[in-house]
Write a protein that binds this ligand. Structure first.
Ligand SMILES: NC(=O)c1ccc[n+]([C@@H]2O[C@H](COP(=O)([O-])OP(=O)(O)OC[C@H]3O[C@@H](n4cnc5c(N)ncnc54)[C@H](O)[C@@H]3O)[C@@H](O)[C@H]2O)c1
Length: 344
């Protein structure tokens, strides 16, 4: 296979604003078709981003186009059913988050991919954002030592409750938050800290059902982390901080500025700094969707994984585990107890 024949299902907001604009830059993709229940949306996106054919019935598209991979971007109920159908039709799968409306549904996708022997990746794109990749390299260099702790803060717009009947079907506002937003900072936490075994959370609720969840987490290797999840801002801001045991800290603010405090007095010029020297990078993003948010990088990586025959991350398994951790956080906040995360 020289190029990955890609078909897209869903031509709504996320697909049109974040994902489709980067597809023409992924040289490994051959965009063969796009499908939406609303033909005008599919036609618009085919025109803007260069798909050769348009469908309103995804099964007809799979049968006629025989794509190597499918990108599914719709509501989570549709993700689960359509995602499984794509895997069973022999296609690799990129699926937006959440992969399903329930943890059980997300596990079904994991099992369907394993049964079909296909690659599955979930759209937790922050792992692939350039500043996070820089932080990852720093945190995994020898002079950073072992990761001791991770703090992942994520503040977004009030989530509210998504009315049932539009493919979300989720009446619970805490679970809606975990489906819509919580999965992203949880995914970053798991990416740096490893599997999470226990959580202890508290929640405060404000006007308009704005919510803040403050959650202490513990990893399987006894490392600790802190999730600060807020849907209390009419905007978006985020911070990741990773602490290593060789006196170093690396932080990423707003998926932009990366700062590394090394702590070591390695050079004469650092001798009087008491470890307070910060090395900073502020990447300039001429196409923010590509490198800053990570949408371009995640899709480029997905295509490379297919061509090289390897399962990448965040996998469908990661998508499932992010929801399992989210469920434990909801339970901990409701009961006031520390909750064990069911093993995966
Ligand atoms: N990773 C991120 O940063 C991020 C950001 C926003 C949204 N999202 C995710 O993207 C997904 C889509 O969100 P959105 O805001 O674009 O929703 P949307 O409602 O704007 O778009 C969904 C589209 O899917 C189409 N659709 C539904 N069922 C279909 C089917 N069976 N066949 C073909 N088309 C079908 C609908 O007609 C609609 O056009 C959600 O799961 C959301 O969580 C991710």
């Amino acid at each position: 296979m020289e190029k990955v024949k890609l078909a897209v299902i869903g031509a709504g907001n996320q697909c049109t604003q974040a994902l489709m604009p980067v597809i023409p830059y992924v040289a490994d993709f051959d965009l063969v078709a796009i499908c939406d229940l609303q033909r005008d949306l599919a036609e618009r996106n085919a025109r803007m981003f260069g798909a050769r054919s348009v469908y309103t019935d995804f099964e007809q598209m799979l049968a006629e186009q025989r794509p190597d991979a499918v990108m599914v971007v719709g509501p989570p109920q549709m993700h689960q059913d359509v995602g499984i159908a794509c895997l069973q039709a022999g296609c690799h799968l990129f699926i937006e988050k959440p992969a399903a409306p329930t943890t059980e549904g997300a596990k079904r996708l994991v099992d369907a991919a394993a049964a079909a022997g296909k690659i599955g990746q979930v759209g937790h794109m922050m792992r692939h954002a350039d500043p996070v990749r820089i932080a990852w390299d720093i945190a995994h260099a020898d002079d950073f030592g072992r990761i001791l702790s991770v703090e992942s803060k994520y503040t977004t717009w009030p989530t509210g409750v998504i009315p049932p009947g539009n493919g979300w079907g989720e009446p619970d506002s805490d679970w809606t938050y975990m489906l819509v937003q919580g999965g992203h900072p949880i995914d970053l936490m798991r990416h740096f800290l490893g599997p999470i075994v226990r959580v202890a959370g508290r929640k405060s609720v404000g006007q308009g059902n704005t919510k803040v969840y403050q959650v202490a987490v513990e990893s399987a290797e006894g490392r600790v982390g802190f999730l600060n999840l807020q849907d209390s801002l009419n905007g978006w801001t985020t911070r990741l901080e990773v602490v290593g045991d060789a006196m170093g800290i690396v932080a990423v603010d707003d998926l932009g500025r990366v700062s590394h405090r090394r702590g070591e007095k390695r050079y004469p010029a650092e001798a009087e700094t008491n470890g307070n020297t910060a090395y900073t990078w502020e990447p300039h993003h001429s196409l923010p969707a590509w490198g800053r948010a990570g949408y371009g990088r995640e899709l480029q990586y997905f295509a490379r994984c297919i061509l090289e025959g390897k399962q990448g991350v965040p996998s469908l398994w990661d998508g499932w585990r992010n929801l399992v951790v989210g469920q434990a956080i909801v339970e901990s906040c409701a009961t006031g107890l520390m909750v064990e995360v069911p093993p995966g």
